[in-house]
Design a protein around this ligand. Sequence first.
Ligand SMILES: Cc1cc2nc3c(=O)[nH]c(=O)nc-3n(C[C@H](O)[C@H](O)[C@H](O)COP(=O)(O)OP(=O)(O)OC[C@H]3O[C@@H](n4cnc5c(N)ncnc54)[C@H](O)[C@@H]3O)c2cc1C
Length: 391
Amino acid sequence: MYLRLSEEQKMVQNTIRRFVENELMPLEFEVLKNEREGKPGLSEEKQKELQLKAKEFGFWGINTPEEYGGADLGQMMMAIVFMEVSKTFVPFRFGGSADNILYYANEEQKKKYLIPTINGDKKSCFAMTEPDAGSDTRNIKMTAVKDGNEWVLNGEKTFITGGNEADFVMVIAVTDKERHQKTGRDGVTCFIVDRDMGWTSEYIDTMGEWGPASLVFDNVRVPEENILGEIHGGYKLGLEWIGFARWVVGARAVGTAERLLQMAIDYAKERETFGRPIADRQAIQWQIADSAVEIEAAKWLVLNAAFTLDQGEDNRHLAAMAKLNGAIMGNKVVDRVLQIHGGMGYTRELPIERWYREARLWRIYDGTDEIQRMIISRNLLKGHVKIGQYV
Ligand SMILES: Cc1cc2nc3c(=O)[nH]c(=O)nc-3n(C[C@H](O)[C@H](O)[C@H](O)COP(=O)(O)OP(=O)(O)OC[C@H]3O[C@@H](n4cnc5c(N)ncnc54)[C@H](O)[C@@H]3O)c2cc1C
């Protein structure tokens, strides 16, 4: 075992760091200003321009298979990249990517949805959550009823990321009520539904700088050929979509917390009270020390989750741990860093309060803290995973 990045990984880390420092961080002031005026932090044109710039640095389709023109960096490299890119709050998204489950598309669907999404010509979103079914995904009610060569969809989805901007949604609906009621998992199907087939979306205002959407399906007719993957096999796709992002939340928390901690260290050395820098006070030093320890621990969990998947092993247990621990760590660190900045931390002159609000979401989406704990304890209690199994 060698607990250091390889030369290649270090090179990727340095390159993404240069991109973030040279291209993204200089935009921070402008992003804050735009957001405070109620506009998106980055315009679509700017987002595209930055994506092409990132492409010049070699970051295009970072998780996209090479046959689709991507870099297919692998999980460890992605962890490294996400940690670096999360050192800024500039809402940059890499170009050349598509949702993991869209690769289950058949050849026709790939031409119509996957390729245009990778090329940035179409935007997608994924909709599982409903007003009465969040953590309890087995409780979804949206129905899809067959009528000739079409399926008729009725119901509501909520909290859908990108739902206001998407050209199409991958939506989970009940196609066999009896089977669904009996098993909770079977009997639901994933449909690809274009916006112009008739679903509508409405912005949900949140404490973050962007809002998800609620989606309404009122007798939306979807052709049979728009089923993604297997009929009645939608639950598995849903879990796969949610599972992908899980450890990435931990990676994001690590990158953000590292940047915030550096801000706290710099400020503590500068800010004087009672004739001495606050960095001289044990109360401040301990907050810095605790944050550093927690960040380091969270980083190793994230890297282990990513490494395990790269080995072709099941990483769901570790991903749940990386997500739970990372999200909690991120919230603790941002709170301490705000505290160390005193009144300034609470102002909108600095981005700390923005991160404070953003970090709160990490403990909720892609499975709440409580759901991660449920997964971890269930794996242990049922013997699916043994204590100390991985190292
Ligand atoms: C900004 C944002 C973006 C999102 N994006 C998407 C998206 O793109 N697509 C999508 O499908 N969904 C999305 N979601 C939905 C998200 O995954 C759910 O909000 C989340 O899973 C929690 O579900 P809920 O809000 O219904 O809370 P509930 O499930 O109602 O839970 C309420 C509380 O009870 C706790 N709880 C629930 N069950 C248990 C239990 N068995 N034991 C102990 N405690 C429990 C929860 O942890 C929580 O604290 C998004 C949510 C937000 C806020």
